[in-house]
Write a protein that binds this ligand. Structure first.
Ligand SMILES: Cc1ncc(COP(=O)(O)O)c(C=O)c1O
Length: 395
């Protein structure tokens, strides 16, 4: 059996997305800024895609700027809000410790330019406490940037409450919704979101396409100078086939969201129940406030990379929370932020289900993970020390 269980990393393009893009590769390949028919057909398609995508998140078409993906959208949103703040002497930003690096690295860059950033801690399930957010707000706070849903542990933040707090204090609210859009309902107006980042390859669209929602009236700074595309907010000839495919993918994902979500939640919980039977293991993230497709675990006495390689041998494509930086293996900042100690954070596994996941696949993965964990513990010196009482179990 071959199972792709790494859908938080990227998804397979949907048939609808592939079919939608073909005419814009083969026939209407004109530049949308050109005046002849092939160009104008491409322009119409881009504008239709903009309207369709806006509708999926409750926005107006004019509030959508197409970008190259989540990272670019995060950068542009944060740098724009910072530029707005700087003009009025507001140079304080609030974020949290489990953001994606596209957000964290942009904030680090701003800190070097004199901005002050408060990184809110999260609770043991990875959720920001709204009371802490409210008390971190200062006179000079210009932006709150808190993600909608976490890419590693699947935790969904109380976005509506956060939006209400920001609105009350007249502070811009950006949310990195890369893992949420197309998977759980997102409504920018109901949630009082000012800026939102999304990426097509996370909802069955192509890689290298995304969008930034910016509420009407918010002045975006440009990251890329050049032509006047995207109303001067993002220079460069539009990726017409990619944009059209992204809209087709999002429309389909949003149409099937409640049905797919309910089905996936049952499968997710079945997998969580199965993996919880492994001794000295723990679920990462909130058991309820989590994405329907996300299963994230830590297993004590295990090294995550070996777990992944052996699962790959069994046909299961998964990921761990660890990131390999310059030859040394650093545990995930997200797992450390929810209180996992280094050794435990190293033994992490993330399985993110596809929309077409089946009960058979869940049963197969449960057995595969149990077998691999048992096998690895069999010759792990760390596990031996734990069993012999030389070191203490944490989980
Ligand atoms: C939460 C989150 N933000 C941002 C990104 C970056 O998106 P992209 O790969 O489209 O640049 C990702 C991708 O993994 C993500 O999961």
């Amino acid at each position: 059996m071959k199972i792709y269980a790494d859908n938080a990393a990227t998804t397979k393009m949907s048939k609808a997305a592939i079919e939608a893009m073909l005419p814009y590769l083969e026939t209407y390949y004109g530049n949308p800024s050109s005046l002849y028919e092939e160009g104008q057909k491409a322009r119409e398609a881009v504008e239709k895609a903009r309207a369709d995508m806006a509708e999926c998140i409750g926005a107006e078409p004019g509030e959508i700027v197409f970008t190259s993906g989540g990272s670019e959208s995060d950068n542009q949103a944060i740098l724009s809000a910072a530029a707005i703040g700087k003009k009025t002497g507001k140079m304080h930003i609030i974020s949290d410790t489990i953001e994606h690096h596209a957000v964290l690295h942009t904030l680090k860059k701003l800190e070097k330019e004199g901005f002050r950033v408060t990184y809110l801690p999260v609770n043991e399930n990875g959720i920001v406490r709204t009371e802490e957010l409210e008390s971190a707000i200062r006179e000079d706070t210009c932006l709150v940037t808190i993600m909608y849903a976490n890419n590693e542990i699947g935790t969904v933040q109380p976005v509506k409450e956060i939006g209400e707090i920001c609105k009350k204090h007249k502070i811009l609210f950006h949310t990195d919704a890369v893992q949420a859009v197309g998977h759980i309902p997102v409504d920018v107006k109901a949630d009082h979101i000012d800026l939102l980042s999304a990426s097509a390859h996370k909802f069955h669209g192509p890689k290298g396409v995304g969008f930034l929602y910016a509420r009407k009236g918010i002045r975006l700074s440009t990251l890329i100078e050049g032509g006047a595309q995207e109303r001067g907010k993002r220079a460069g000839t539009e990726n017409v086939p990619g944009i059209v495919a992204a809209a087709a993918a999002l429309k389909e994902s949003c149409g099937q969201m409640s049905e797919t979500g309910e089905r996936l939640k049952l499968l997710r919980d079945m997998l969580i129940e199965g993996l919880s039977e492994i001794p000295h293991s723990a679920l990462n993230g909130d058991p309820e406030k989590r994405l329907p497709s996300n299963v994230s675990f830590c297993f004590e006495g295990i090294e995550g990379e070996s777990l992944l390689l052996l699962l790959d041998d069994k046909g299961v494509m998964a990921s761990s929370g660890s990131a390999c930086t310059s030859g040394s293996l650093d545990p995930s900042h997200v797992l450390l932020a929810i209180g996992r100690v280094h050794d435990v954070a190293h033994g992490s596994l993330r399985l993110t289900l596809g929309d077409d996941a089946t009960e058979d696949e869940i049963r197969y993965m449960t057995v595969a993970v149990k077998d691999v964990v048992n096998y690895l513990r069999g010759f792990s010196p760390v596990w031996r020390d734990l069993v012999n009482g030389k070191t203490k179990f944490i989980l």
